[in-house]
Design a binder for this molecule. Structure first.
Ligand SMILES: [Zn+2]
Ligand SMILES: [Zn+2]
Ligand SMILES: [Zn+2]
Length: 757
């Protein structure tokens, strides 16, 4: 901000100064002719730098004193004026810096870390506020004479840019072998690209984390990476292409997708494979789409321009279940069984930040993972917290944390799965501390999930005790609903379809297919999927045939069901017939918990159609069902059945599965997948429409992980609108559990407001 202010102040011949405050606010004092000052203010508003965001501009006029002779940038202060701070996310390399690194005459030629005031790392490199080089990871790299000159030249775009550097003074790349011995070579970048071209697997330390890179056109390379990442049987790998032209060689890109791909945020975008898709099928096995990103730093550009393949694999460099490795030591020790070589640099990554993931659904972007390029940008809500701030610790899986101050939520980057993983737990603690530091918030309340056994719940209990602040427990699906309402600026009750995998319910059973009457501080369960047995509990998630057996066992006699399963689905049980017997035993003795999870129903359809019999990554059976359905035609007559029981509407999912089973031999798998999925969506929509009619509510929302399913989303939105109801969906935050912490914070604020009134 300061260089821009400087330039326009000088342009209008004003004197005075500009300085950064401790909360990302800026103070400007100018003296001059009134007309010139008015022009200055107009330009300040109209011509602001691309990344700048104004919360408010406050102008105070004072009589002229003639205190200043020139205009200067002064040293930052720790003083704060804003309700909350705002620091920018990491910004992809800009066009000007890109042309510098490609220009042999420029001193930044071929230099991977080139940046300017408009681009480069921010969030991942800032240690604390105010944002000055000495409080970033660039502190270790004093500017050389040339860089210093640019830094001090008001006419240069690197004027007062905190992260600038060049081959003389900035971070350096080194190539290492598998054992961590440095390899001497003239240009580690070119050498690394050559090794990738030769089919090796490289770990590349980048901006906010580390990637594993290899060729995309060679099955052997991709399969070798899968073999080494033992648990990575089918989970898709993200890939990176040099430019949009290369992406079009293998994927379809519509205008929305292009805009997101090329934005300064540079997330991974899930794109449909084109007919000419010629990359290895093993990149996203069984799926109709592939996760693609464009280069977001000089480092990536310089590697990719040396490579002939239309894309390279760029998947997170982590060992099983651990967060991404970011220190050189961890990268080498944790990834030595995965990578043949390491391309590392000597700049510290202060905050780990995974690549963000976006999927465009029916022309609208849905954020799956809101991380690099987005964090720590806030989300404004219609709920105001009147105290200091709220910390929301998130759920257990795909966790994020959120800090709320005033009416503003600051969601953190992606943290990951916390169940029993020590490194992720440490990362979670570290993120909580960093988010409090960057937002300058000392929470006066902490929010967590209702589930008593989550790590995050225990953490919140401890935090509340240590800080002597209030602890507020939030039901999982309520958090989904509240966040949806908040980002649509809704201030009245809604009917909310929350459709996902699992969430601990108010009745202590597992919910996941709920029609809720939701306000910010309360929910009422109006309708839901039929509760189904989960013989063996969580193992049903891994082996969906167990769930299928349980669902069908209600209407099909045991011996007949055994016959069907033995013929077609025996390999859906980990230990074959023996395990099938165990499942029937549990069912006969009614020894199980029940669930209304949508995920388990979609998984069961996937298992029934033999699309996916074992879950190897989160959501896999349902994701592959969607991909299969996308290739099919919805031509099979299957209709959902909804019954009223004890005042609640229940969607009979047993009948749904039964209907699909009856037609298995008459139709193509992809058509049955499309129609089964459609009937499921219709069932959810119909329950919501009835609930809206009966309650007189005019707004129906759709949230939860199932909202990522394009067909289901389209069908629900169409039916809701056809019934003259307003349909709301997520635009700014993830529909799935990555957004739960935001909802937790909002509900906590609303509940506190209720009790204080
Ligand atoms: Zn730049
Ligand atoms: Zn330099
Ligand atoms: Zn959820």
């Amino acid at each position: 901000m300061r260089p821009f202010v400087y330039r326009i102040a000088v342009k209008w011949r004003l004197t005075g100064y500009v300085l950064n405050l401790g909360d990302a606010g800026v103070r400007i004092i100018v003296e001059g002719e009134r007309k010139a000052i008015e022009n200055f203010i107009r330009e300040l508003k109209e011509e602001k730098p691309p990344m700048a965001r104004y919360e408010k501009i406050e102008v105070n006029w004072k009589p002229h004193q003639g205190r200043f002779k020139t205009f200067n940038i002064r040293a930052s202060t720790k003083e704060t004026i804003l309700k909350s701070s705002y620091i920018p996310p990491d910004i992809s390399i800009c066009e000007k810096c890109l042309s510098d690194i490609l220009n042999p005459a420029d001193r930044h030629y071929n230099y991977a870390f080139t940046c300017c005031a408009d681009c480069g790392p921010r969030f991942t490199s800032i240690i604390e506020l105010p944002y000055d080089r000495m409080r970033t990871t660039m502190n270790e790299f004093p500017l050389c004479r040339d860089c210093e000159q640019e830094y001090r030249n008001p006419l240069d775009r690197r004027y007062h840019a905190q992260g600038i550097c060049c081959p003389k003074c900035g971070p350096k790349l080194t190539l290492y072998d598998r054992k961590g011995n440095p390899i001497s070579c003239e240009d580690p970048l070119k050498e690394a690209a050559k090794l990738i071209e030769e089919g090796e697997i490289l770990a590349i330390k980048g901006i906010g984390g580390t990637h594993l890179a290899t060729l995309t056109t060679d099955d052997e390379c991709v399969l070798e990476l899968r073999r080494r990442k033992r648990k990575r049987k089918y989970k898709p790998f993200a890939i990176m292409s040099l430019n949009i032209g290369k992406v079009r060689e293998y994927a379809l890109v519509n205008e929305y997708e292009e805009e997101i791909l090329t934005s300064f945020r540079r997330p991974i975008v899930l794109l449909k494979k084109s007919e000419n898709y010629n990359l290895s099928e093993w990149i996203s096995p069984g799926l109709h789409n592939v996760g693609v990103m464009l280069p977001y730093s000089g480092l990536h550009y310089l590697i990719l321009q040396e490579i002939n393949d239309p894309a390279i694999v760029m998947t997170s460099g982590n060992s099983t279940d651990n967060p991404m490795a970011i220190t050189d030591e961890k990268i080498i020790s944790q990834l030595s069984h995965l990578a043949d070589y390491f391309l590392l640099h000597n700049r510290e990554i202060y905050q780990r930040c995974d690549d963000s993931v976006v999927k465009v659904i029916n022309g609208k972007p849905k954020i799956i993972r809101r991380s690099r390029g987005y964090v720590p940008e806030p989300i404004d809500t219609p709920i105001e917290h009147r105290g200091e701030g709220i910390l929301a610790v998130g759920p257990e899986l795909t966790a994020t944390v959120t800090i709320m101050k005033g009416n503003r939520c600051f969601p953190s980057q992606h943290i990951g799965n916390l169940s029993g993983n020590l490194e992720t737990i440490e990362f979670h603690r570290n993120v909580v501390n960093q988010m409090m530091k960057l937002t300058l918030v000392k929470p006066d309340a902490v929010a967590c999930d209702l589930h008593p056994n989550f790590y995050t719940t225990r953490y919140a209990e401890e935090f509340a005790q240590n800080h002597k602040i209030e602890l507020i427990r939030i039901q999982h699906h309520h958090a989904h609903a509240a966040k949806l309402m908040a980002e649509n600026n809704i201030n009245e009750p809604i009917v909310c379809i929350t459709s996902d995998g699992v969430g601990y319910g108010l009745d202590r059973t597992i919910w996941g297919g709920e029609i809720l009457l939701a306000t910010y501080s309360s929910i009422q369960r109006l309708a839901h999927l039929k509760p189904q047995p989960m013989p063996g509990g969580d193992v049903c998630t891994k082996y969906p045939t167990r769930m299928l057996t349980a669902i069908l066992s209600e209407t099909i006699p045991e011996d007949k069901l055994r016959e069907i399963l033995t013929k077609n689905h025996l390999n859906g049980f980990k230990h074959g017939i023996q395990e099938m017997n165990v499942v029937f035993n549990l069912l006969r003795k009614k020894n199980y918990i029940t669930t209304t999870s949508s995920g388990r129903v979609l998984d069961s359809i996937s298992a029934l159609l033999k699309i996916c019999l074992e879950k190897t990554y989160q959501g896999e059976p349902a994701i592959r069902l969607e991909s299969t359905a996308a290739r099919g035609k919805d031509t099979v007559k299957i209709t959902p059945e909804i019954n009223k029981r004890n005042g609640k509407y229940i969607f009979d999912t047993t009948k749904l599965l039964h209907d699909i089973l009856e037609k298995v031999n008459q139709y193509k798998v992809q058509d049955l997948a499309a129609s089964g999925q459609r009937a499921f969506a219709e069932g959810l929509a119909q329950m919501a429409i009835i609930a809206a009619e009966e309650t007189g509510i005019k707004i129906v929302g759709f949230t939860g992980g199932v909202a990522y399913n394009e067909a289901i989303n389209r069908i629900i939105s169409k039916q809701v609108k056809e019934n003259k109801l307003r349909f709301i969906e997520h635009k700014k935050t993830p529909p799935g559990d990555a957004g739960i912490s935001i909802g937790q914070a909002i509900i906590a604020a609303a509940k506190l407001n209720d009790t204080n009134e």
